[in-house]
Design a protein around this ligand. Structure first.
Ligand SMILES: [Zn+2]
Length: 282
């Protein structure tokens, strides 16, 4: 644990970690869980191999024929060191059946294990292998932002303003526990811990961190995020980010070893701006 007697050594202006997660382009990441292409022949193809380069050459040669389209997928290294490539493919134009597709891939030496999961119903298939989902090294679950937003709306309808207090409290606890986990994994403290934790939330799809500045002497922080899941595309006419406001306060409090944190959202994308801005006193 961080003790209250420890000194705050980081000046955010000197080594601004979050500048390294700024980017002029963003790449959507497709978690290959469900594929829908009505009227098409689609399948999930999962291959296991010890030879990554050989597997990539094989997949390249299939792609170069043009008759099998790779829709999306993932590549990972299994605990036994083997490489697992899991793809959704559209093989309508290949003239193959799902069995034919399996035979054409399975007969090649570099592939040590193969599973071809044909469509469950016309033009709809799922991935039956990818489990559990890991974020960094920790098990995670993915929520649909639309569904989560609907759940939050429902909570507000049921509880009124009390829902925002509850969301803030839940967010704060998330911020504390998540930042503690990041510290145990990385050994970082103070501002480095706060910044890397925020950067990991960005990598997990929560938001894009547009600005971060802090003054450890005045104990004041300002954080600006864009496309926050809680607010983006949800114009409610008021500030929405009660959960994330709690996360910011828990995250900074845990990073700086302080229980006495307050955080307000000064501007919100759910109200009138394109980004959400937070001011926190630690
Ligand atoms: Zn907001």
């Amino acid at each position: 644990m961080v003790t209250s007697t420890a000194t705050w050594t980081s000046d955010p202006g000197e080594h601004y970690w979050l500048k390294n997660v700024k980017s002029s382009f963003r790449i959507p990441v497709y978690l290959p869980s469900l594929c829908v292409r009505r009227g098409r022949s689609i399948a999930e193809v999962t291959s296991v191999s010890s030879d990554l380069a050989g597997l990539i050459v094989l997949l390249s040669s299939i792609a170069s024929r043009g008759s099998i389209e790779f829709v999306n997928g993932s590549i990972a290294r299994a605990p036994d060191g083997k490489v697992v490539v899991s793809l959704f493919v559209d093989y309508t134009d290949s003239g193959l059946s799902a069995e034919g597709l399996a035979n054409s891939l399975g007969g090649i030496g570099v592939v040590e294990g193969l599973s071809v999961n044909g469509y469950l119903t016309g033009g709809v298939t799922i991935n039956k292998h990818l489990f559990p989902l890991l974020l960094g090294g920790n098990r995670a679950v993915a929520f649909s932002v639309e569904v989560l937003g609907g759940m939050i709306d429902h909570l507000r309808e049921r509880l009124g303003e009390a829902a925002n207090t509850l969301l803030y409290d839940l967010g704060r606890q998330y911020g504390v526990l998540f930042t503690r986990q990041v510290r145990e994994e990385t050994g970082l403290t103070f501002d480095e811990l706060a910044q890397i934790s925020l950067a990991e939330l960005q990598a997990a799809g929560w938001c894009v961190v547009e600005g971060y500045s802090g003054d450890p002497v005045k104990r004041f922080w300002r954080i600006i995020v864009k496309d926050l899941f809680e607010c983006a595309k949800r114009r409610s006419g008021s500030n929405n980010s009660h959960f994330f406001r709690g996360v910011v306060s828990g995250l900074l409090g845990e990073a700086y070893g302080s229980q006495d944190v307050s955080c307000i959202e000064t501007l919100c994308a759910g109200n009138s701006t394109n980004s959400c801005e937070f001011a926190a006193w630690v």
